[in-house]
Each structure stands twice: as C-alpha cells, then as structure tokens.
Design a protein. Structure first.
Length: 532
C-alpha cells in the first residue's frame, strides 16, 4: 500500500548519493530521476528538457530586453549613463555570486520546490519546517509579483505603441485609459495561461524561440538605433556623464547611484526558474546549475552591450523623461521614435523596434508563468497552500494545469491595485525584486551557518570556496534589501514614500502570523510521495 510520510528535514536525511551507491535507484537512466527518488519524490512531470531548454526558459525570464527597457526611465533619472554603464557590471557580478551559491545547492537538491525545499533540508530538523514555510511564501509571492510586473509592463508598452502609431502625444494620438491597459494585461495573461497548458515539448520550443529572440533583438537594437539616429552621444557622455537632475529632490551622487542600481537588479531576477524546472530537465543535478549560471552570465554580457548601444542614442535626458514628449514620458520609446524620425521624418521604424521589445516581454511573461506554476505545484505537493490537492494535480500531458491558471489569476488580481493607486501597485511589485532575493538568500544563509559542516554537495560545487561565496551572496542581498527600501524622493509624503518595506514587511508579518497561528501545527516541511 502507498504510504505518504513525513520526510526528515535534516541534511543527513538525504545525502547526495553517487549512482553506484544508490541501490535499486541505479536502474534509473537519468541522474535527475535518481536524485529525485533519493529525495523522496515520484517522477510525475515529463523529464524532457535539455540543458539548452532549461537555460532558454530562464534566460527568457531574466530577459534583458524586458528589464532594461521597462526601467530605462529609472536608470536615466538616477545617475543616467554613468549609473547604467558602471552599475550594470557591479550588480551583475554580485548577482552571479548569488547564482553560484544557488547553483551549488540546486545540484544537491534538484526539485521543483527549489528554494523552499533547500531551506527545509539545510536548516535541519528543528528549524527546517519554519525555514521552508518562510522561504516558500516569499518565493512564490515574489514570482507572482514578477509575472504581474512583466505582463503589466507589456500592457503599458502596447499602450505607448498605439499612442505613437496614432500620432503621438503631441499629434492627437490615442492614449488608452487605465481600464483598457488592465484589459490588455488580462488578455496577455490569458494567452500565457493557454500556452502554458500545452505539453512541455511545446514550452521547450517556445522557450528556445524566446532565447533566440532576446539574443537577436539585443544585437539588432544596439546596432540599429544609434546607427539611424542623426544625433549621437559622444563616448565621453556615455561613459562619464552623471545625471543629478531629477524630480525626486535628491542630489547626493552616491545616493543617486544606489537608486539607479534598481534597473540592473530588477532585470537580473528570475533565474531560480532553472531550479523549478529541474524535475522536467534531463540530468538536472548538472544541467539545473548550468542553467542558473549561464543565464546570469550571458545576460550580463548581452545586457551590457544593449545598454551601451542604446545609450549612444541618448542626447537630451530631460526631454526623454518629459511627460509632454510624443511617447508620454516612456524614455526608451522616445529614444527609438526620435532616432528614426530624425532621419526619415517619421518614427515608423522606431515603433517596429518597440515591437521587438514587446515580443521579448511577452516571452518573458510566458516563461514566468511556467516558473510560477512549477513552484505552486511543488509547494502544494507538500501541503503548504490552501486547496493543495487541487494545485499539484497534473493532466495527461504531465503539466500542472491548475497551478498554471492559478498563477495567471493571482497575477491579474495583483495588478488590479493599479486601478486604485499606482503607488500601491508599485509597492506590491517591489516584492518582485526584494521578496525574491530574500527567498534566494535564505537557503544560502542556512547552507553557510546551520549546514556549514553537514552540507553534502552534488556534482556541481564550489569546493572550499562555497562558504565564502555564500557569505558574500547573503551580504549583497542584505545590502540591496536596505538600499531599495530607502526613500526615492524628498520631501517624503504619502505620495512619494517608498512603500517597499511596507509591502515586504507586510508579507513577512502575514507569513509568520500564519505560521504561529496555524501552520506550525500541520506543516512539517517537504514530505515524500513515493510508494513504499
């Protein structure tokens, strides 16, 4: 008879076993299958993703075209070219350190549960369930916030494209209302849910198409935009100009530089997707970590090239940020539009280029829903979510279909706050950066503290450097959590207050309260579902 039993949360309960020592598990042809059985789970999802497919899904979520394009205003306002050109490699290098620590843990525990499963095992029997609970909720809410922000950003870009295509802000162009933008957002999520209801074979195809689109799109835009622009910035401007003129009332250069890092750090998120896709990835204990590291590393290089290319088309920062320009203050759209208009007398080419960005954002949201659904599937498999049996159900195509539609629905509901207050919406979306990074840091923290001497690494490991790399990763996440909680405008009022600490603190209070009042009595961390 099948027995569903609690699985010990201590590290020693699930050591990494080489295949030759795994008993009957040797029969499994795939090291990912073998390791999943060692960890106490059935193989319920279709394990058909290659290393390239795993990378492609994650690379399309990180999507430099999405993050840089949608937060280009932030980069220009807080520091301008100097912040973007030098802030990107700084944030990228430290993000890669976080990714290396996550990859090492992923190799030891390649499951869809990813971060929350890691925390459970690394925190030990006593603290494991609580660590798993906190990490899991920060991770899944952060992922939903990512999907919300990505698809809402696409809805806003579509509105800007329509505005420019109908004459622009100064030519009587059509500017969609916030309700129309919300309708766009809902339609985009609907399409993403439908695509994610297909088999993993189709998702693998779309993921690789998305990665190729991001690669080609970056190189086309970084070369084309400065080439067609009749007025180009000088190398001195691109590499040395530091913009201190902003509407936020902030003039301290260090403070401005720090706030400008948000563009880079927001872009470089979502690479935990490689971990969440490990139960569908061949030889996941090797290819999962590869997906994390390669998606970050390649995004750093490609993103920096994209930033340099488009920044050479920036000559008048105040004009690009002005709400009175043709794009209504959408800086990147104005850059593209003016580049073509200055040469050809019309901005049709710039609108087409914005379409390239829009498709990249679409693919980013699509892959984000994929990652969301796998996290929801795994978390509910261990009974952590309300109506858990419903969300970890898989269909005939071995897709967690209900988790897919749940993720799309919640992301739509989170965006509804924008109808009442953009400030409230932006506070909620801030969880996409800070909330996710807290979830990234928690298992790393447990690995370098509670499990420092008991952690058993998988095939990919950092050796003796694992602990020091882990501490640097934790220190960086702590730093950005503080920095991105600072005021972004002075004087501070209810309209200019940075609500990030309110949103993230609220999530922490809710999850801890739920633990104290209820979950501690029934949530015991990851549990096996193997018949014994």
């Amino acid at each position: 008879m099948g027995i569903r039993e609690e699985y010990p949360t201590g590290v020693a309960a699930a050591p990494y076993l080489p295949l030759r020592d795994a008993g009957e598990i040797v029969a499994a042809a795939d090291s990912g299958d073998s390791r999943l059985q060692q960890l106490g789970y059935k193989q319920e999802l279709s394990r058909s993703l290659s290393a390239i497919s795993n990378f492609a899904v994650t690379f399309s979520i990180v999507s430099v075209l999405t993050g840089i394009s949608t937060l280009f205003n932030t980069g220009l306002e807080f520091g301008g070219p100097a912040t973007m050109v030098y802030g990107w490699p700084i944030a990228g290098t430290l993000t890669l350190i976080v990714g290396l620590s996550m990859a090492e843990i992923c190799s030891a525990y390649p499951t869809s549960g990813g971060l929350y499963f890691w925390s459970a095992k690394l925190a030990g029997d006593h603290w494991g369930p609580f660590a798993s609970w906190i990490t899991g909720w920060f991770n899944i809410v952060g992922q939903w916030a990512v999907t919300t922000s990505v698809d809402f950003s696409l809805a806003q870009l579509i509105q800007v494209i329509i505005l420019l295509a109908t004459g622009g802000n100064n030519g009587g162009g059509y500017e969609a209302s916030k309700y129309v933008v919300m309708a766009f957002h809902g339609g985009i999520l609907l399409i993403h849910a439908i695509i994610n209801s297909l088999s993993i074979t189709w998702l693998s195809f779309f993921g690789q198409l998305a990665a190729a689109w991001n690669f080609l799109g970056v190189f086309v835009l970084m070369i084309l935009i400065p080439m067609v622009a009749t007025q180009r910035a000088s190398p001195e401007f691109v590499f040395t100009h530091f913009n201190t003129e902003n509407d936020a009332g902030i003039h301290n250069k260090l403070y401005i530089f720090v706030l400008g890092l948000l563009m880079s750090q927001y872009t470089l998120t979502g690479y935990d997707a490689s971990a969440h896709m490990t139960e569908e990835t061949k030889n996941a204990d090797i290819n999962g970590p590869k997906g994390i590291i390669s998606s970050i590393g390649i995004s750093i290089l490609v993103g920096w090239a994209y930033l340099l290319g488009i920044t050479f088309a920036v000559t008048n920062i105040p004009d690009l940020l002005s709400k009175d320009n043709d794009a209504g203050g959408y800086a990147l759209a104005q850059v593209f539009y003016l580049a073509f208009k200055s040469r050809y007398g019309h901005g049709a080419g710039g609108i087409i280029c914005l379409g390239i960005v829009a498709v990249a954002i679409f693919f980013c949201g699509m892959s984000s829903v994929t990652s969301n659904s796998r996290m929801a599937y795994a978390f509910s498999r261990d009974g952590a979510m309300p109506l858990s049996p419903l969300w970890h159900k898989v269909n005939k195509q071995e897709v967690p279909i209900n988790a897919v539609w749940l993720s799309a629905f919640i992301s739509f509901c989170m965006a509804l706050t924008s109808l009442g207050s953009l400030v409230a919406f932006q506070a909620m979306v801030s969880i996409a950066t800070i909330g996710l990074y807290i979830a990234y840091a928690l298992p790393i923290f447990f690995r370098v503290t509670l499990a420092r001497n008991s952690f058993v690494p998988g095939p990919f490991n950092l050796g003796r450097y694992g602990v020091i790399v882990g501490w640097i990763a934790v220190a960086w996440v702590t730093t950005i959590t503080i920095l991105f909680s600072l005021p972004v405008a002075y004087p501070v009022t209810k309209d200019t207050l940075n609500y990030t600490p309110v949103a993230v603190g609220g999530l922490f209070i809710i999850t801890v309260s739920a633990w104290v009042l209820s979950a501690r009595h029934w949530f015991k961390g990851p549990i096996t579902n193997i018949d014994v």
